[in-house]
Write a protein that binds this ligand. Sequence first.
Ligand code: S3P
Length: 448
Amino acid sequence: MSAPADSDPTPRTFAAMGPLTGRIRVPGDKSISHRSLMLGALAVGETRVTGLLEGEDVLATAAAMRAMGATINREENGTWSIHGVGVGGLLQPAQPLDMGNSGTSTRLLMGLVASHPITATFVGDASLSKRPMGRVIDPLSQIGAEFEASEGGRLPLTLRGISPAMPTTYRLPVASAQVKSAVLLAGLNTAGTTTVIEPVPTRDHSERMLKGFGADLSVEEKDGERVITLKGEAELKAQTITVPGDPSSAAFFVVAALLVPGSDLVVENVGLNPTRAGLFDVLRQMGGSIEELDRREVGGEPVADLRVRYSKLKGIAVDPAVAPSMIDEFPVLFVAAALAEGVTTTTGLDELRVKESDRLTSMAEALAAAGVQLEEHEDGLTIHGSGGAPLRGTANARVKTHLDHRIAMAMAIAGLASTDGVLVDDTRPIATSFPTFADLLEQATASR
Ligand code: S3P
């Protein structure tokens, strides 16, 4: 869960630490980790998961699935064992489900609860309590679930699920894998065909994993849209899963190695699902040296080790069509742009305003405080790069991270490429997705 309310913010200054070299391995993919626990908790038999991300967001999902009847244990060697309740078998939780900082836990679990005859209350931290839930309330209301939400369709929220639920056909009004997944997960315990139409493709881990667990799911292209159909009620069979490394976590080290002179770093075991790997293509377009070594498959996902060398980057106009495949990577891309030569423009990023913080405003303010020239627009930032010269940094002025792990990590990387260092106001949120971030930073800058 999120940092306990009674713990104090933990500020830290990130300053130049020298080149990043050697080999590091980032923790498991957050999206795949959440889904492993949820699908394992609904499957019949024992699901075994290695490489699960043990961050606070994923632990919030584990606690919620336990509260609804699944048996979930971590073995000493780090393997997770899940005994599921079977589709339709979720139990009414005795307490409100504390989702901490995690939008993915909240929205996907709302989908699961919606088609079960149970009532659950969802609560979260200050950041999560500001985020819009209407985007899942709308389709889940169509299947018959009922909601009592706080003002503006926000948490705390109570959901009364329904069984039997009505199958639905839903065209996504926003490009959101969370909304797509919520509707598909609700479809598991709904007799008939649930259809989700995606005008813009988003990460497809739910589709891949539902098929892997034995659900009757198909994906077709029709008139340039992705049409996903799921036949319920489904029966899921327990699986053995290896979670690949999270490209969204690797992103911070890839950008750091590109920006710090003398760096030559291998980031091992990085998931390169095409619906996730947009950042690496954009960085290559900017002139970044990112080489894929030993491309292979792990847990049904393409994976490679990435060798990244210090590069002189050039500003570009980022194609808004790539946004869904790098939606969580814009904060750190903005840092790369701040050190590039020339101007980088980004557009079509309205969704960044409803993440763990408003990431356009958070990053515009944080980078400006570190001496970067930029303009904030309704749907993107225009950044005037330093041409490779270190950023000034913030010295003793605190950068506000607004309980957003990715703002904290992006500004930490900015600090590595600054003269005065960057003082991040609170590093606690980093543990939601990347608990080993600081240790890996030490490791990558120490090995020579
Ligand atoms: C996620 C989907 C994305 C992403 C989030 C994880 C998922 O959110 O930002 O970190 O696991 O489905 P949206 O669906 O809101 O774009």
